[in-house]
Ligand binder design. Structure first.
Ligand SMILES: [Zn+2]
Length: 286
């Protein structure tokens, strides 16, 4: 079952989150028919965004991670409930022989945008370190937000299925509070250094809480919140109708003449179909 758990260490020196996101990733991969390579990259990015999302304070806030590279462009957005949506420029991208997954982006950038509702929005940008997502997210928080931060993400594909379907996905991050003692950071580093990869932990039956306990082994752990990550888009026929209404006269006339107009949401691949009559009615045309 998918879940995100947030925790702080008892001494309040660290805050952390861990997530199991396999079902949400399966949902995304099916919607967009991702290639196995894109399933892995998207799953990592989506998991990071969902975990960062639940650290937001209240409804209406969101965090977006935007990876822009030479071949691939990928954006994932999450809210405080751990609901995520995303868009990918090349959903079928596959690496050539000998290429790493990170070569999907090559030389590129990661922009992190926090939309805190109303007027407040912050963003920061770094050059991608490897394009492997976890390294890049870690680099962003260490460099841009100057926080001791580490993040690990994993997606496992089912090598027994011909289509290499998603088997599991998850991750964790730990962030130190300002002024955290070197001694404690060193202990945390030692914990992280001996942790198996996230995919291996999930495969061995560990869940989000087990992963948090392993990452913060030796520290008193207090669970502060739980959420269920979901792939969720807030598009609707009503919103698409409003978009059609915002078009200029020339576009309206053209659309009204087409027997069918189909609008595809690039966040969730939902298709909205309008007949010529429906469009004319919307525009108040006879
Ligand atoms: Zn949508």
């Amino acid at each position: 079952m998918d879940r995100i758990t947030r925790a702080v260490s008892g001494d309040k020196r660290f805050f952390a989150a861990a997530a199991v996101t396999g079902e949400a990733l399966k949902d995304a991969a099916e919607r967009f028919s991702f290639s196995p390579a894109v399933s892995v990259l998207f799953g990592r990015a989506m998991t990071a965004a969902a975990m960062l999302g639940v650290t937001l304070k209240s409804g209406g806030e969101s965090i977006a991670l935007k990876f822009e590279g030479e071949h691939e462009k990928m954006t994932v957005v999450a809210n405080e409930k751990g609901e995520v949506k995303g868009t990918v420029s090349e959903p079928l991208w596959m690496p050539k022989e000998g290429e790493s997954l990170g070569s999907a982006f090559g030389k590129g950038t990661l922009t992190v945008m926090r939309d805190l509702g109303l007027k407040e929005a912050y963003s920061g940008k770094i050059d991608l370190k490897s394009g492997e997502i976890a390294d890049d997210v870690t680099e962003y928080f260490q460099k841009s937000e100057q926080t001791p931060f580490c993040c690990s993400l994993g997606v496992l594909l089912d090598t027994k299925s011909e289509s290499l379907a998603v088997k599991s996905a998850g991750g964790f991050f730990v962030s130190a509070m300002p002024g955290c003692e070197e001694e404690l950071l060193k202990r945390l580093d030692e914990n992280i250094a001996v942790l198996p990869p996230v995919s291996a932990m999930l495969e061995s039956g560990m869940d989000d809480v087990d992963i948090l306990k392993a990452a913060l082994h030796g520290f008193d752990l207090k669970i502060t919140e739980r959420a269920t990550p979901k792939y969720r888009c807030d598009c609707s026929r009503k919103k698409v109708s409003a978009m059609l209404l915002s078009l200029g006269k020339e576009d309206r006339e053209k659309i009204a003449e087409d027997p069918y107009t189909e609008v595809v949401c690039h966040w969730c691949n939902a298709r909205y179909r309008f007949t010529s009559d429906e469009v004319k009615k919307l525009y108040g045309m006879k």
